[in-house]
Design a protein around this ligand. Structure first.
Ligand SMILES: Cc1cc2nc3c(=O)[nH]c(=O)nc-3n(C[C@H](O)[C@H](O)[C@H](O)COP(=O)(O)O)c2cc1C
Length: 146
C-alpha cells in the first residue's frame, strides 16, 4: 500500500509499505521509527493509506491517525520474521544517506556472521509498528463505459 505522511516542510511524502495486519482497531505496518516516515509521523500522526488494484479498477483510500503498536505487538511481529529480515532491519539506518551499497552489505554480512541460525535477535527499539485508525475510508470503483 502507499503510505502518505505530512512532511515538516509542508510537502506530502509517500512510499510503499506492507500491510501486515488489520482488524477493528485499524491497519498495521512496520518500519524504522527513525526513518523519514517515522520522524514525520512523530511530528504529525495524520496519514493516508492507498491501495490500488489495476485488474479490478479499484482503489481504497484510508485516512486517519497513527499510533505506535504496543511493544509486545512489535516484539511478536519482529520475532516472527526470518533471521535475515531481522538482521536487515538492524543493519539498515532507513532513509539515511550511505557512502555506497557495499557498506550496507558489509554491515549485514557482519551481523550474519556474528549470530547462528537459532540465535534470538532482539527487536531494536527504533523498529516497530504503527496502527492507523481510520477516520474515513473511500472505495472507488471504475468500470468500462463501452
Ligand atoms: C514492495 C515494497 C514493500 C515495502 N515494505 C516496506 C515496509 O513494510 N516497511 C518499510 O519501512 N519500508 C518498506 N518498503 C520500503 C519503503 O518504500 C521506503 O523506501 C522506506 O521505508 C523508506 O521510506 P522513508 O524514507 O520515506 O521513511 C517497501 C518497499 C517496497 C517496494
Amino acid at each position: 500500500m502507499t503510505l502518505s505522511t505530512c512532511a515538516q516542510d509542508g510537502f506530502p511524502n509517500s512510499r510503499i509499505v506492507l500491510l501486515k495486519g488489520f482488524d477493528k482497531r485499524g491497519f498495521v505496518f512496520y518500519t524504522n521509527y527513525e526513518s523519514d516516515k517515522g520522524k514525520e509521523l512523530a511530528a504529525n500522526p495524520n496519514a493516508c493509506l492507498l491501495f490500488y488494484w489495476h485488474p479490478l479498477q479499484r482503489t481504497v483510500r484510508i485516512r486517519g491517525k497513527v499510533e505506535k503498536t504496543s511493544e509486545q505487538e512489535s516484539d511478536d511481529y519482529f520475532g516472527s520474521r526470518p533471521l535475515k529480515s531481522r538482521l536487515a532491519a538492524i543493519a539498515s539506518n532507513q532513509s539515511s544517506v550511505i557512502p555506497d551499497k557495499e557498506c550496507l552489505q558489509m554491515r549485514f554480512t557482519k551481523l550474519l556472521e556474528e549470530c547462528d541460525e537459532d540465535a534470538s535477535v532482539p527487536r531494536p527499539l527504533h523498529w516497530g509498528g504503527y496502527r492507523l485508525t481510520p477516520t474515513s475510508i473511500e472505495f472507488w470503483q471504475g468500470k468500462s463505459l463501452s
